[in-house]
Unconditional design. Structure first.
Length: 96
């Protein structure tokens, strides 16, 4: 009786273990594909960010801003004799 029980237990357990191994293998392959896809997406985002940062650096440089001001907006630097500075000093005794 005991020998039949062990044989029955092995006969039932072995297919279940094989099914579990197959399920785990399939799950691993799916997760591996998903990881590869996410790593590729991350690499694309990193490359895109590098290009955007390079663009920001280029467009925010003082030379680029001056070029646009002079050549596209036709602005000129003000000559010192046309510059007027106003300094507001808070006075004492105005009763405010």
């Amino acid at each position: 009786m005991k020998k039949h029980f062990v044989l029955y237990l092995v006969a039932v357990t072995l297919p279940l273990l094989l099914a579990l191994i197959a399920w785990q293998s399939n799950r691993y392959q799916n997760l591996s594909r998903e990881l590869t896809r996410l790593e590729q997406t991350q690499a694309e985002w990193i490359e895109s960010n590098k290009k955007l940062i390079a663009g920001i650096t280029e467009y925010s440089s003082p030379y680029r801003i001056e070029y646009i001001a002079v050549n596209q907006l036709e602005l000129r630097k003000i000559r010192p004799e046309y510059l007027l500075q106003v300094k507001i000093v808070e006075g004492k005794g105005h009763g405010h």
